[in-house]
Design a protein. Sequence first.
Length: 235
Amino acid sequence: MFVVYAHRGASEYYPENTVTSFSAGVDMGANGIETDVQISKDGVLMIYHDDLMKDKTGFEGSIADYTYEELRAARVKNEKYGREDCLMTFEDFLKYFGWRDLTFAIEIKVSGIAENVIDMMRKYNVIEKSIITSFDYQALVDAYNYDKTVRLGWLYVHHRPDTLEKLRAIEAYQACPKAIDIKKEHLDALYGAGFGCRAWGISDTEVMQYAVEIGVEGGMTVNFPDKLVEYMKNR
């Protein structure tokens, strides 16, 4: 199934990884949501992407430098459209969106939280419709060792000689390469080995169309889900 993942929600138009951004993505017709999980100083799983908070919120340091109570004061900004919204906990994200008929790509952003993330996903019954992803291969190994029923997706830029070997080692569900770096022979190798493929790094509609036309079948994460939904309807 091709999944239109609203990347951090409809993050082209709204403050990324916030309830307004996710809601807008769903309203635009996305059948999936991609988001990112970190952990606060006092152990609360938080939805946030960047290593540092300065650019999006004005806060110095990282999510891990603050308690949940302190993070409640942060506001995520979308400067282009002059919009802002609060940070979300991972639990609140699952409360609001976990019950919906959506596919979730849950990216682990920091080490050591795989078990916490999986436990929370089980609490809200989203395991079967989710894929845990990460650029940090060890985070995926940790998730695999903790619960081998969880679907995993490895985020990477370039296809490498050991890519298939690494995917096999964690019984990955899909590979997640950068869209512009995907080649037909890479897709053939992935599909031939039984792995799916989901693309990321969709910087504009040309890259979006390239990924679709070259044969990416698992979908893609996109900041402008309205444009991908429309494109797929008219193919």
